[in-house]
Design a protein around this ligand. Sequence first.
Ligand code: COA
Length: 159
Amino acid sequence: MKLAVYPGSFDPITRGHIDILEKTSKIFDKIIIAVVHNINKKALFTLEERVELIKESISHLDNVEVESFSGLLVDYIREKKACAIIRGLRTVSDFEYEATMAYMNKNLLPDVDTIFVMSRPEYIFISSSGVKEAAILGGDVSAMVPLPVEKKLKEKLKQ
Ligand code: COA
């Protein structure tokens, strides 16, 4: 079985991430979305909230599951016996960071490659932090995030 892992902070999941999943779920037998606590980022949603929001947003994708993990990505990949890491690329500016990470992971786990998938052009401007900033300032983010995320953002920002 061809199993791939799509790791990220997903704080929160956006339509851009879902686009990547819709494409790659046709290529792999199974995909696990691995939600990570990125120590360099301050999160708005807890890991549990992020996992729940993803579950609600990907119910149309039968072969995609979601989990959270901590530690080194390659250890998780090894444990799951995955054959690939999925990452999305929006613009050239993503490439440098992504290439460094892919080489680092390849060095740590030579049998596994990172597969890059290009974002749909209409989604290249979307980022989780952009969505949060726009929502906090009262912007309409409904075109950028799935409905469960839009609702949770409104709920969270009322608190
Ligand atoms: N559509 C929309 N947004 C996209 C996107 C797409 N197709 N592709 C990337 N993004 C955005 C994300 O929303 C995120 O935006 P933000 O910075 O505003 O939050 C940004 O691009 C990239 O974040 P993300 O994909 O969540 O990755 P990350 O940089 O937070 O974390 C990990 C990357 C989780 C894979 C990496 O930190 C990791 O592997 N951590 C585990 C520890 C480890 O093994 N470290 C060594 C790694 S070499």
